[in-house]
Write a protein that binds this ligand. Structure first.
Ligand SMILES: [Fe+2]
Ligand SMILES: [Fe+2]
Length: 348
């Protein structure tokens, strides 16, 4: 994928750093760290900061597929890791401020499973999936897919970081879920490949990272939180809790997304990704809540609060995303980024 267009001083400097080789660093990366340290603000400002969320996405992408023409050695550059650390601290404290982790009567598997069920069944605001199923126009459905492409084209990858970080039954359950996410070894069945097929069916560019410049901070934050959890062993409980919340809140919305596409006249090529999730996630939610998180808490009871933190973050960021999209649509405008003088030509 191409390096995204900058959205402020930090992402602009990062883009210039990426154009060089790690042995040429110096002033520019020091400058990036300085600029990153200057980013501040309360939780909501951090979660909606275009410069911060894009910069973090750029740094995280070095650990996934990287960027065309950017030296892969940047991934472990101490200077860029220092910048990442500054931004991650801001993100993590914003997320901790944004959610309330329920108090548990005991750090037991059944208490955690019950709290996960409560968290994921609570009403959390306007339903984007209900709107899509009943009212969305073809263009709005395309917009929705463009937002989601940032995650779904790397679906499952952020949670996979946790596999070597847990053991025993929790690991086995996580691998069981992830095996389905990766199509059980069949490339066409990989969920990321099914999503690409949906994009192609709707004439939307399906190449990895194609829409980075078009999605706002609120969308990037949903993926950045997963990368933050996945890339830190100390946050392995949050990764598993996040995945459990994803699986537990998946069946109903995915059925509606499929219905939205059918209502607009699309066939199985477009709907398979969503239909597959209706089926698979009914099973995954049981494995994730009981086998995976339950076994983790049995092994490491001190991670109970982190599991619920990760789950609460998944739900909170999804709510923010849905509110953003629905607010834009009810104002008659696009939920994607629109071209501005600073980045004209890159954002539609
Ligand atoms: Fe999936
Ligand atoms: Fe799943």
């Amino acid at each position: 994928m191409r390096v995204p267009q900058p959205r402020g001083a930090v992402s602009d400097t990062l883009r210039r750093v990426f154009a060089r080789k790690p042995h040429e660093i110096g002033a520019l990366s020091e400058r990036t760290a300085e600029l990153a340290a200057g980013l501040d603000g309360d939780g909501d400002a951090v979660l909606s900061s275009e410069d911060l969320q894009l910069s973090l996405s750029m740094l995280y992408e070095l650990h996934y597929r990287g960027f065309d023409g950017v030296d892969p050695a940047w991934e472990w550059s101490p200077e860029l890791l220092a910048v990442r650390r500054v931004l991650e601290r801001l993100l993590e404290s914003a997320l901790r401020a944004a959610v309330t982790v329920p108090d548990l009567p005991a750090s037991t598997p059944s208490a955690v499973a019950a709290a996960l069920t409560d968290l994921t069944s609570a009403e959390t605001g306007p339903s984007l999936s209900a709107f899509l199923a009943r009212h969305a126009t073809a263009d709005q459905v395309r917009e929705f897919l463009i937002h989601r492409s940032i995650y779904h084209l790397k679906e499952a990858d952020p949670h996979t970081w946790a596999i070597p970080r847990v053991a025993g039954r929790a690991k086995a359950a996580l691998v069981e879920v992830q095996t389905d996410e990766y199509g059980g070894g069949c490339v066409e069945r990989m969920h990321a490949a099914l999503f690409a097929r949906t994009l192609r069916a709707l004439d939307v560019d399906d190449s990895y990272g194609a829409h980075m410049d078009r999605v706002p901070a609120v969308t990037l934050a949903t993926v950045n939180a997963m990368s933050l959890f996945g890339l830190h062993r100390r946050l392995r409980g949050a990764t598993l809790g996040h995945l459990a919340a994803f699986e537990m809140t998946s069946t109903v919305p995915n059925r509606r997304y499929g219905n939205a596409l059918r209502r607009l006249g699309h066939g199985p090529d477009a709907t398979l990704f969503f239909d597959e999730h209706v089926e698979a996630d009914a099973v995954h939610e049981q494995i994730a809540a009981h086998d995976m998180c339950g076994a983790l808490i049995e092994e490491e009871p001190h991670l109970a609060a982190d599991v619920l933190f990760g789950a609460a973050v998944a739900i909170d960021l999804e709510r923010r995303f849905a509110e953003h999209v629905l607010a834009a649509w009810s104002a008659g405008t696009t939920s994607l980024r629109t071209a501005r003088p600073a980045d004209a030509g890159s954002a539609a």
